[in-house]
Design a protein around this ligand. Sequence first.
Ligand code: HEM
Length: 189
Amino acid sequence: MSTYSILVFVHVLGGVGVYVALGIEAVALGGLRRAETPGDAGVWLRLHAVPRRLGPAAMITALASGAWMMATAWGRQPWILGAFLGMVGMAIAGGGVTGRAMRRLRAALAGESGTALSSAFRDARGSAALTASLRVRIAIGLGILALMTVKPEAAGSGVILAAAVVAGLAAGIPRDARRTRLAGTGAGA
Ligand code: HEM
């Protein structure tokens, strides 16, 4: 058992942590959107606190161990640069979009006094930005996994990362807007 094989283990563990965090976030967001009472919403918002800690910790673990493997064995590689750029994109969407929206939701929930959730809270929890941010990060995460296992050259790395971002953004477009758009192009007929 070499130091390097332990590094690969720690790295893949970090990677698995990123996907587990995305999975918990998806469950918490789904539950939050079905909640009827402030109490229920509170339960799902507390669950959502888990990926808020696990996600960054897992990303830092994958990044640090990955950088170490790059420094000791691989040197600069397009698929590593692609993964790094992908992780920056995930951090911006996760911290900038989701983090901010969830902070607002927690503050709004503190103001909920009725037995049922207000329409203002229901509107805020349904924000398309929350869905788009989650789906873009899932798509980029899958793109990074492809980069890590296929290890393509520069052109291939660029195509994989771009395709992941486009797929994530497309999946993030609200269904109604997507249906209207498709109908507009006659593709939905
Ligand atoms: C979410 C982010 C990431 C995930 C999920 C991930 C996942 C993986 C996986 C599953 C492997 C094993 C592939 C194989 O054995 O064929 C791997 C290998 C590797 N990763 Fe990542 N990775 C991520 C980010 C990064 C970053 C940011 C770097 C560099 C800064 C990096 C550097 C490496 C290197 C050098 C290897 C090759 C290890 C070997 O020698 O087999 N990874 N990664």
